[in-house]
Design a protein around this ligand. Structure first.
Ligand SMILES: [Zn+2]
Length: 135
């Protein structure tokens, strides 16, 4: 999956990748070898897999335990989660969060907030966008 990015957004992602070792919050520094190897900025960091975006807008995921390399992200929910969380850390990426399509309904679980009820720090199963695609 690829999210079309503007030249400014692309340059922003490129810069964050290049400066990751210097800029990343301490709890993410262990991702530095992966960032360098895959040329992607981590957006969602899970226990064993990370979702990231490359400067050209390509969304990829990589394992931090089980397998080498990075593969193209092919899951719509993780795509949304990555962009929603990425935009929380880097507000310039907010434009990349998918727009709510016509006909989408509010997510039943989070009632449109995108955050898991009772544990708002957890992203809802709708991918954090607060809506569910009609399809
Ligand atoms: Zn939801």
């Amino acid at each position: 999956m690829r999210r079309p990015v503007t030249p400014e957004e692309s340059a922003f992602i490129q810069e964050r990748v290049e400066r990751f070792a210097a800029e990343a919050p301490e709890e993410l520094l262990w991702q530095e070898p992966h960032v360098r190897a895959h040329g992607a900025l981590p957006l969602y960091v899970g226990w064993t897999e990370t979702v990231g975006i490359r400067p050209d807008g390509e969304m990829v995921r990589w394992s931090t335990e089980d397998w080498p390399g990075a593969v193209e992200l092919d899951d719509a929910t993780w795509y949304k989660i990555g962009l929603v969380l990425g935009a929380r850390r880097y507000p310039i990426l907010q434009r990349l969060v998918p727009d709510r399509p016509a006909g989408a309904r509010d997510c039943d679980l989070c009632k449109g907030s995108g955050r898991f009820p009772l544990q708002p720090e957890i992203v809802c199963q709708c991918g954090g966008v607060g809506w569910v695609d009609p399809q």
